[in-house]
Ligand binder design. Sequence first.
Ligand SMILES: Cc1ncc(C[n+]2csc(CCOP(=O)(O)OP(=O)(O)O)c2C)c(N)n1
Length: 613
Amino acid sequence: MLLEKINSPADLKKLPLSQLPLLAQEIRQRIIEVVSSSGGHIASSLGAVELIIALHYCLNAPQDKIIFDVGHQAYAHKILTGRNKNFSTLRQFGGISGFPSRDESEYDCFTTGHSSNAVSLAMGLVCARDYNLEQYRVAAVIGDGSLSGGPCFEGLNNAGHLKKDVLIVLNTNELSIAPNVGAISTYLNKLISLPVYNRFKASLESFATQRLPRGSRLVKLANKFEEGLKGLFVPGMLFEELGFRYFGPFDGNDVELLINRLKNILTIRAPLLVHVITKKGKGYLPSENEPVKFHGISPFEIETGDALAAKKIETYTDVFGKEMVSLGAKRKELVAITAAMPEGTGLDKFRDAYPKRFFDVGIAEAHAVSFAAGLARSGLVPVVAVYSTFLQRAYDQIVEDVCLQNLAVVLAVDRAGIVGEDGITHQGIFDIAFLRHIPNLVLMAPKDADEFRAMLEFALNLKKPVAIRYPRSACPAASSPIPGIELGKPEIIKKGKDFAIIALGSMVEQAAQAIMILEKSDLKGALINARFVKPLDKTILQGIAREYKYVFTIEEGVLDAGFGSAVEEVLEKTVTRIGLPSEFVVHGKRNLLLEKYGLTANGIVNKIKEVVH
Ligand SMILES: Cc1ncc(C[n+]2csc(CCOP(=O)(O)OP(=O)(O)O)c2C)c(N)n1
């Protein structure tokens, strides 16, 4: 095994070029084996193996910096930079992170997970390097999906203007998670399929390889000639116009070719954009055939690619996806928006049922929210489904374009709370804190499927900005007959004597179990389902505070500026708040992390026993 001998890029460089395709195969095998049991971003990582080998072969990391946009494609980078042995702990608590992590390795310049920021990060490094008169190369690797995100264009715009030595590698595979959408994607496809340029390229290549002596200066000149001339052939030359020297498109799964090209290109010190085409899921048939399913996957059987998960449970996302379809049938004004996550958010069903009322705007959360404001301003009722962590990108648009205008936009905030294995960059734990202070916005959280459906209907009728947050978890099926939802009013599920718990959304079920456990120790608790974070019904809350000596709040989010704080503000007195500390929460199974932070029935029992005398 070649891989066994490689603990750093220096070891990699000891291998001759001719052995690198075999190494790529071994890395693929390792990725498939590990991800089949840990789950993870297999398709993107398989596609980028040769590209990562080539970059480490030609650059000198960690002195040279390589930044992976999102970072979900960087498994080969982890394997080549001393983490092969531990790679089997991928995404497990205490194990290797699924994304680049500064805590994990000096080869990871940034802890990443959100897309479209690599060019900006690179430009910051480059300017600091030049200011400090240091000498190293900086490379940013970005996918064609991530290129569609606004921050990437801001970075490119700045890079072309600064004219500094930086390498941007654009990895095109025609997919984001779902097939790419948007004008830029169409442009890139044109670029890679342009017949005149490709014919020219092919004839130049055969001239160089067949008529000229191998490795001669003339071959090198021919390469340079091709690189120089193609500007005349490639239409638009968007990147050249932006101030980059554009090279490609190259076959990004041909490691020898890539290294030869990169070596040449890296002799130039300028804003460089190297465009490679890779096959998402390369080398593992099930993921080549179904790259969308294999973008991010839970454990699977290697032979078939079938998921190992026992039985399918209905998640909050499933409930949302189905309910959007039935609401769509009743309401012609309902439209749905996703930022490149139709499957993840469950909106794929709405897309299939009502294609004209569905918008996938690409990885562009900020745009999605302003776009929704435009739709709402014209009388449509948009639902923007977005993961809590990615909604962070759209804070200003929520404030200015939706809430300030008091427009009827519904934000379906999925993955709110602990998301589990995707880890530190993906936990949806800040949304309560960054939403609950915005005027006009109503913020809710359902405890089960029936209530979720009722909340959606309520939100669509409200004609105001509404956010509904729900977790990445199984959704309890149904409540006893649901009392109608009234703005700001909680649901009193159970009366008690010794204490009261006001629980939010996903935590209602845990709180109910905790109360049952405590009854065995003769402690009788009341259970209140908050339903709303904002507004809160002051009279009802004050009544609860009068009736019970001990009041607890519980939420799946950070405590700072969270739901419990909101209750305290309304009551103007302190309660015992249970939730997450204000810290970044690492990767691990959701249940394990909930347990760690005391957000399980037992955790709640312990806390209540500590406080109630
Ligand atoms: C701000 C943000 N929105 C959404 C995502 C979710 N996401 C992760 S990877 C990805 C697709 C990236 O596509 P591309 O850059 O083409 O990489 P590929 O997976 O195709 O290699 C998306 C939408 C994210 N990581 N960050």
